[in-house]
Every structure is written in C-alpha cells, then in structure tokens.
Design a protein around this ligand. Structure first.
Ligand SMILES: [Zn+2]
Length: 340
C-alpha cells in the first residue's frame, strides 16, 4: 500500500431505497429474480462511486449484495435450513430470527466470489472484502446438529478458508473477518476462537484482517454499551493472543467509545484499522475530530501501520449521513498525513 494512512470502512454502507428499505438491519429486498441480481450490481457500483467520490483509499462493495453480514453467508451453505428459522439471543444481547443448522455444514459453491470479481472489474484501487468470522457465525444461528460451538466454528473455519482462497484469487487485496463476538466471549476466544480464525486464513494469499467492534448503532448495542462502565477493557482480554496470531490487520472501535486507546499497545506490530467514525450517531465528525483520534492512536501504532477506518458498518445510517462521514474520514486522515 503506497498511500500513508490509507482509509477504508468497516464494511456495510446504506443501500439505495429502491433496493431495500433503508436505515434498517435485515431489510427485505424490494426486487426479485433477475431484477434483484441487476439491482444489487447497480447498488454495488453506486456504493463504490460514493467511496471513490469521498476519497476512500481501500474500497469495498458496501455489502450491497447481502441482507446481513452473517446470515447471508450462512444461508448459502448446505446443512443449514433457512426457511425454518428460530429465535436466538445474539451475543447475549438481542433476539433475532436466524437459520437452523440441521446437518453437517458445507459450501457447495462460492458465496461472494462472483460479486468480488465484479467489484474487481470496476476499480484498480485496493479492495477489501468482509466475511463473517467463525465464532460470530456460530453465535448467529441455532445449532440442532453439532451441539458444540467449538466443533461448529471449526467446520465454518474450513468453509471460510475455501471462500477466502477463492476471493484472494479473484483479486481481493484484504479479506476481513467480522468477529464482534470476540468482544463478548473472552474464554472461548482464547480457547478456540483465535485458532478457528487462523484456520480460516491458513494459506490465503492476500492480507487478512479481523474486525472487532461493539456492534452497529442499534438500540440493543447502545443499551449494552451503557452497562460497560467508564472504561471498556474488553480488548485487553483478547489482544495478547491476537498479537501472537497470523492475522495481518486488526480493525477496532475507537472514536466516541470508552476504549482506553493505550490498549492498542498490546497489538504492537500489527496493522491497525482505527475506528475514527462513530456509527451510532447521525452527528457528522469534523475532520479535526477524526485527526484527533488518529493522533492519539499514533502514540501506539507506527504511522505505516495505521489505517483510518469507521467503528463499524454504516448500513443502518441515512445515506447522506454515511456519505458525509466518509468525507470527514478522508479529510481527517489528510490532516494527519500532512503532519507526518
Ligand atoms: Zn462492527
């Protein structure tokens, strides 16, 4: 990566209102069949354009082709019944209707590879592609078959590894695994969560990242954050082992959070995607606020390893807010670049 402080987003961006109901998670598609396929491609191009217009350096599909960052991937696997849904409590926090594992899971065909090739054909910029992490997948479904979170995570890791290798071959530069569950189940993360993640990235030819946040800006998450006290030290539980892992980049929530920024010291040596945009508020950051977060992070990350980013996905935000936040991220990163 030639640019210093290359900017990117954690992943999802708002969908156009003609494709799916905006400002909502698990929003239903408004199109069907061939129209839906074409509509998703059009939305991907629009999302790419918004990122490029804002000057984002590492671009993505804005997750325009998926309804949800976890369930859409799971629904493409065999062994999962996605018509007979069950309600589970996700990350011990909020209830959601999720698919059921009824048999051994496997990937009969690629899930996102076609979409990634399409994005690749639209830009020469570095591209990042998000996949759910094994632990977060396990936590976002109902298991009626394995009866073991660890065993199921291991099966998912093998499947993710197949997908990741094909995404890398399709020209993806960074594959990011979303693991918000890492911020909740510390013992499991250290017992088998990071091992499963390393299985997922084994032999993958491009760079790999893990995104660990405090979730989308939805009420269940903001309510949970209120219970976490004045200092959020969750990262402290998992950083030592992550620092020892083979993952290249770690994507974190920072701005407006109560994460003590010096915890980043625990992953010294890793590239760090520093969340400098709060996705839980419509208030637009000023470039100076973004720069301030980045300057604080620079005390603990070498400049060539700092990747300015958003705290999490922006899918639930109004489109104009998300665009303005992308602009703020770019402008803030530029302020700090000039100081270096
Ligand atoms: Zn996130």
């Amino acid at each position: 990566m030639k640019t210093l402080l290359p900017t990117s987003t954690a992943g999802s961006l708002p969908k156009p209102s003609w494709l799916a109901e905006p400002e909502k998670l698990w929003s239903l598609w408004k199109l069907n069949g061939e129209e839906l396929i074409q509509g998703k491609q059009d939305a991907l191009r629009l999302s790419l354009h918004d990122q490029q217009h804002a000057g984002i350096d590492i671009v993505s599909d804005g997750e325009q082709t998926r309804q949800h960052f976890v369930t859409t991937f799971i629904e493409h696997l065999s062994g999962v019944d996605f018509e007979k849904r069950k309600t589970v409590k996700i990350r011990d926090r909020y209830e959601a209707s999720v698919p059921v594992v009824v048999d051994a899971v496997s990937r009969q065909k690629p899930v996102f590879v076609k979409d990634a090739k399409y994005l690749r054909s639209q830009t020469k910029q570095p591209i990042k592609w998000a996949l759910p992490g094994p632990m977060t997948m396990v936590d976002t479904l109902y298991d009626d078959h394995y009866q073991s979170r660890e065993k199921l995570a291991w099966e998912f890791a093998k499947i993710l590894n197949q997908e990741a290798k094909e995404l890398a071959a399709a020209g993806v530069d960074i594959i990011q695994f979303d693991e918000p569950a890492f911020n909740v189940f510390f013992d499991e993360v250290n017992d088998w969560g990071i091992a499963a993640l390393e299985k997922a990235i084994e032999g993958v030819s491009c760079e790999t990242a893990v995104h660990i946040c405090y979730g989308y800006g939805i009420k269940a998450n903001t309510d949970w954050k209120k219970t976490l006290g004045s200092e959020w030290r969750q990262y402290e539980e998992i950083f030592p082992k992550l620092q020892q892992s083979n993952i290249d980049l770690i994507s974190l929530e920072c701005h407006n959070s109560r994460v003590p920024i010096d915890l980043i010291e625990l992953i010294r040596g890793k590239k760090v995607m520093v969340g400098a945009i709060d996705v839980a508020t419509d208030k637009i950051e000023t470039p100076e606020e973004v720069a301030d977060t980045l300057r604080k992070a620079l005390q603990f990350v070498d400049a060539d390893k700092l990747y300015p980013c958003t705290n999490c996905g922006m899918a639930p935000l109004p489109s104009r807010v998300a665009k303005a936040k992308l602009n703020a991220l770019s402008a803030g990163a530029e302020l700090v670049r000039r100081e270096l």
